[in-house]
Write a protein of this length. Structure first.
Length: 429
């Protein structure tokens, strides 16, 4: 064999050995900490108290939000979740034996939460936020399982996911998990009180707040320095603001009672919720106990501050052109001032103020564009049973008009945020 051929052969062997070693490593990383399932124990009927607690915990995890499509049967699945890699369809969680989880054991359900693995051993996609649910305790997992076994069984086959190649393969998912997922257990911080630890458990676990309020890389992974730092939602339609920055959604300086009120009612003296967060309040947090909401508020207030980098060395923002601001001023006077006030002052408890409103000065104008285009609606809650809503203007205003009025709002009355272009408005579509 000639020298070049020997070198080529050795290189091929080395590459094959490296690929094999990498495959073994990825396989090991996907099963670390995962013990074989024990033989199913005889089924013991759940108590009414356990089912009730499970229903409460399922509310805390907002299971209905993903597993019950609009107009669909409770927890029967079928809702598509848009991601940068395609659509993941939420499965049927009812106790139907053929299409739901009727044949699942409590241990298999716990494994899905803790390890992200289905009954048949397949790896689950992290659109199901098991990287957060992994810390849910065994008792809480069993209670949620008991509740799900108690809801009406619905025979509804699960629709297939629509993910682009190679993201729809188990091999690609295994690599992602090797990079970004590690099963975890909740360990209380002995330096903190019981209330703070309860808040951490809810925010980091069932509440899975980091799943939305964190920056993600091109592969959909959350980095060590991007947790709670804000980022676009998986479908790119909304921006989940940073929980670490006072300029975005941080509550470190808020009175705790106002944080509780926002999570419970969807509106407080400091802010109101809309978009996906309105869905969270409507379907989840408004049903939590005062003690749990207070615990969450304690933990949220303790998240270390990470303010965004200055826009330039002097902290300035780009000024919109006079023509753009004049156009936006005129549109604001025609369509917005009657509710939000000539000076953006709003009406307390009814129409939110726009002056000094951090929701309109976020780094990305995505949320403001969505509200102008589709309207703004707070959730109906016991504490705010008849919320005022903002009508949609998407059929009245074109992209250039929306860009102009958004730019005006972001730079009027002391607000300081970059102007919005028609291209940015188009891209939000």
């Amino acid at each position: 064999m000639s020298r070049p051929r020997r070198l080529a052969w050795r290189l091929a062997v080395a590459l094959a050995a490296g690929a094999l070693a990498l495959g073994v490593l990825v396989a090991w990383l996907n099963v670390r900490g995962e013990a074989p399932l024990a033989a199913a124990a005889p089924s013991v009927p759940a108590s009414a108290e356990q089912i009730e607690r499970g229903a409460y915990l399922a509310r805390a995890g907002n299971c209905i939000g993903c597993h019950t499509p609009t107009g669909g049967a409770l927890l029967a699945g079928g809702r598509g979740i848009d991601t940068p890699f395609g659509v993941v369809v939420a499965p049927n969680l009812t106790p139907d034996a053929r299409t739901g989880i009727g044949n699942w054991s409590a241990a298999e359900f716990r494994r899905a939460l803790h390890h992200g693995r289905s009954k048949d051993g397949r790896l689950l996609y992290p659109a199901f936020p098991y990287p957060s649910f992994s810390i849910v305790t065994r008792d809480d997992a069993d209670a949620i399982y008991a509740y799900l076994r108690s809801v009406p069984a619905v025979e509804q086959p699960n629709a297939p996911h629509a993910l682009r190649f190679p993201y729809g393969t188990q091999a690609a998912l295994a690599v992602w998990r090797a990079l970004y997922f590690r099963p975890a257990e909740f360990r209380p911080d002995p330096q903190q009180g019981a209330e703070w630890n309860r808040g951490k458990y809810l925010v980091q676990g069932l509440g899975h707040c980091a799943a939305c309020h964190s920056g993600r890389n091109a592969l959909g992974g959350i980095g060590a320095h991007t947790e709670f730092a804000g980022g676009l939602m998986p479908d790119g339609a909304w921006y989940a603001p940073s929980l670490a920055a006072a300029a975005e959604a941080g509550v470190q300086d808020w009175p705790r009672a106002q944080v509780v009120k926002l999570l419970r009612d969807g509106v407080s003296a400091q802010a109101s919720v809309s978009g996906p967060m309105a869905d969270v309040v409507f379907g989840s947090t408004q049903y939590l106990s005062g003690a749990d909401l207070d615990a969450m508020a304690r933990y949220l207030a303790s998240i270390p501050r990470r303010e965004p980098e200055p826009r330039d060395a002097a902290g300035r923002v780009q000024a919109a052109s006079g023509e753009l601001l004049a156009r936006g001023d005129k549109l604001y006077a025609q369509h917005c001032a009657s509710c939000h006030g000539e000076q953006g002052e709003g009406v307390a408890g009814i129409y939110p103020a726009l002056a000094g409103n951090r929701a309109v000065t976020l780094p990305t104008p995505t949320n403001l564009v969505q509200i102008i285009r589709h309207g703004g609606f707070m959730p109906t809650t016991a504490g705010n049973p008849r919320p005022f809503g903002m009508p949609p203007y998407g059929q009245l205003l074109g992209d250039a008009d929306i860009a102009a009025v958004a730019s005006f709002i972001r730079q009027a009355w002391g607000n300081a945020a970059a102007p919005v272009s028609a291209w940015e408005v188009l891209r939000v579509r």
